[in-house]
Design a protein around this ligand. Structure first.
Ligand code: OGA
Ligand code: NI
Length: 606
């Protein structure tokens, strides 16, 4: 039985965070003592900038002509497609933003950063706010610090603006920000039209997804540094945005992007804008277009200013792959109403796996005993050792067994019995609860859209929380205590999930309630999987390889039949049941959140 705590929805309260730790102003530090660089900025040897080896790749970074794109020029669209697939970064020329708008913005910003600290601090970021002047978000004392100061403003929708953070000096700065941002908005919209086209959709599909976009500006100021080889201006990260549009100085190189395993500097083209694909497009495109890791380095002689405009999704937008971009190479969980399978005595071809499928991945059953076992009672009491173990389990396995979870054995037994009772019913009776693909609830065979091979299993999927998603018509009435039992079990699972999210927040260096707050209205769904016996188990798979589109999944399995296998070190490791324990796995959403939080530390939005 597979109990999924499904996708998390973020609310506006995701905008406030547990506070950032105070961090020195870098520009002041450098000003008062140019030769001194505190330990906390000095990177480990292996993180050092290595630029020289990849300079030759710099001139291969695609350059896209926006005016051609916007006229639907075929060649240019092809170029854009290639850029998104292979680089995730490109420079945009002929974008129609007047040179004086670009230069005016740069000029005003550098005047702002030249102001005395006391002046700039009038706009100081509060420790729990995302907007204002200050330093990147810092969550742990051990974290290496970025050699930069920033000014962050939310620009659109205008009702999100906090004008108290908009500098009054230099006088014309506000207006420059307004004009520039409005131009960037247009460039972003034109790019989204072209992106819609190359993703095989109507021109305005991506734009139409949004009632409104969120646009935020982050101005980065990188002071000079006496030992540029040992510090970073911005730590490696990917952007959580849909798109990021960056304006950089025309004559100082700092931005580097990861390509073919190397850090490639993005050499400025005068008046061009640098655009990169953010995590959202990576997800929408089901991984076809890439959100590339990048960082900024500093130098001895010249301070550098860059302007990153993030085009972000609003809460009303779903962030999941577009159906038509899901294929068997990149399977993702999407449900579809389909055939009913009756005859279990022979295996229809569609269930048979090719030799290749089955041999994919070596048998690593020797590793089974090494799957981490985590004591949830210890986690609840914030036992440091156990938290470390959790962190390691998430990093190295993404899976662990949870013991001491507090769910009474009797509840576990009852829910197993109830499920077994349901699946034993005659097919006619179970059919009364048939899967509705729109609802994603009911009894049947949910499976991936374009996966031609079928899973040797039937499922019952019920949405449990928020309770207005519950549709009782899908809830079996036989066995008689089914509803009651599922209700009790789900309440218990929710408590376990809360403990886990609390501990996961701690291991990510946030306050305990951070992830829970993100899951304002935590959604929870139950999927009961029934794997009939199979005469030729070597030729079928109960459930195809997949990762869960959830935050975390909590699985209760039979105590005496092994079936679940997880991918580890390039092989498949069977998860042998431990009596009364649960199996937990980290789903895609937490993985995205980890990325997001990593990024939050230096951008802080979304
Ligand atoms: C950012 C960023 C790079 C740069 O602000 O997210 O990646 O060149 N900046 O300043
Ligand atoms: Ni970035």
């Amino acid at each position: 039985m597979d109990i999924n705590i499904a996708e998390a929805v973020e609310g506006e309260d995701a905008l406030t965070y547990a506070g950032s730790l105070p961090v020195p102003n870098v520009q002041e530090m450098e000003r008062s003592n140019p030769m001194q660089v505190p330990e906390r900025y000095i990177r480990n040897q292996e993180d050092m900038p290595k630029t020289t080896d990849a300079i030759h790749l710099s001139c291969e970074i695609p350059v896209i002509d926006l005016s051609l794109l916007s006229n639907g020029h075929k060649e240019e669209l092809k170029k854009l497609e290639l850029a998104c697939e292979e680089w995730g970064f490109f420079q945009v020329v002929n974008h129609g933003v007047a040179e004086e708008v670009l230069q005016g913005m740069k000029y005003s910003a550098s005047e702002f950063f030249e102001l005395p600290l006391q002046e700039k601090n009038k706009y100081a970021m509060a420790s729990d706010d995302i907007q204002g002047y200050g330093q990147a978000f810092v969550v742990s004392e051990e974290q290496k610090l970025d050699w930069s100061d920033i000014l962050v403003l939310v620009i659109y929708p205008t009702r999100f603006r906090k004008l108290k953070f908009w500098p009054n000096a230099p006088k014309e700065f506000k207006e420059k920000i307004e004009v520039y941002s409005n131009e960037v908005k247009r460039v972003g919209e034109e790019l989204l039209c072209s992106l819609s086209l190359i993703m095989g959709m109507d021109k305005d599909t991506l734009l139409g997804l949004h009632k409104e976009f969120v646009q935020a500006l982050r101005v980065n100021y990188y002071p000079t540094c006496s030992i540029p080889d040992q510090v970073l201006g911005v730590s490696p990260h990917s952007d959580t945005s849909i798109l990021t549009i960056l304006m950089q100085d025309d004559d100082v190189t700092g931005l580097q992007i990861k390509h073919s395993g190397e850090w490639v500097p993005v050499k400025p083209i005068p008046n061009a804008l640098v655009v990169n694909i953010g995590d959202v497009i990576e997800i929408w495109s089901n991984g076809k277009y890439r959100s590339i890791e990048h960082r900024a380095v500093t130098n001895k002689n010249r301070a550098r200013i860059s302007f990153a405009s993030f085009i972000l999704p609003h809460d009303d937008v779903e962030i999941e792959p577009f159906d038509h971009l899901v294929d068997s190479q990149q399977p993702i969980k999407i449900y579809k109403k389909e055939m009913v399978r009756c005859n279990l005595s022979c295996i229809p071809d569609r269930f048979k796996r090719s030799e290749e499928d089955k041999s994919k991945g070596v048998d690593l059953s020797v590793l089974s005993p090494q799957i981490p076992v985590i004591d949830l009672a210890l986690l609840s009491s914030e036992n440091v050792e156990e938290l470390k173990k959790l962190e390691w389990a998430c990093k190295c396995w993404g899976f662990f067994m949870a013991t001491n979870h507090g769910i009474p054995e009797e509840v576990l037994q009852r829910v197993k019995d109830a499920a077994a009772g349901f699946f034993e019913l005659p097919f006619e009776e179970k059919k009364a609860y048939s899967l509705d693909s729109n609802e994603m609830q009911g009894y049947g065979q949910p499976f991936m859209v374009s996966e031609e091979k079928l899973d040797w299993s039937d499922s019952l999927i019920l949405r449990i929380y928020p309770s207005h998603f519950q549709k009782l018509k899908f809830w079996p009435t036989t066995p008689a205590d089914f509803r009651d039992t599922v209700e009790t079990y789900s309440t218990e699972v929710r408590k376990v999930a809360e403990t886990l999210l609390g501990s996961l927040s701690l291991t990510m260096g946030m306050t305990k309630d951070a992830l829970l707050r993100l899951h304002k209205d935590m959604a929870q769904a139950l999927r009961v999987n029934y794997y009939p016996t199979c005469r030729n188990p070597d030729q079928v798979i109960g459930i195809s390889p997949h990762s869960d589109a959830t935050s975390i999944s909590i699985l209760l399995q039979d105590d005496d039949v092994t079936g679940l296998e997880i991918q580890h070190d390039g092989g498949w490791v069977p998860v042998h049941p431990i009596l009364n324990s649960l199996v937990v796995n980290i789903g895609d959403v937490i993985e995205v959140n980890i990325k997001k939080f990593h990024h939050l530390k230096d951008f802080i939005y979304n």
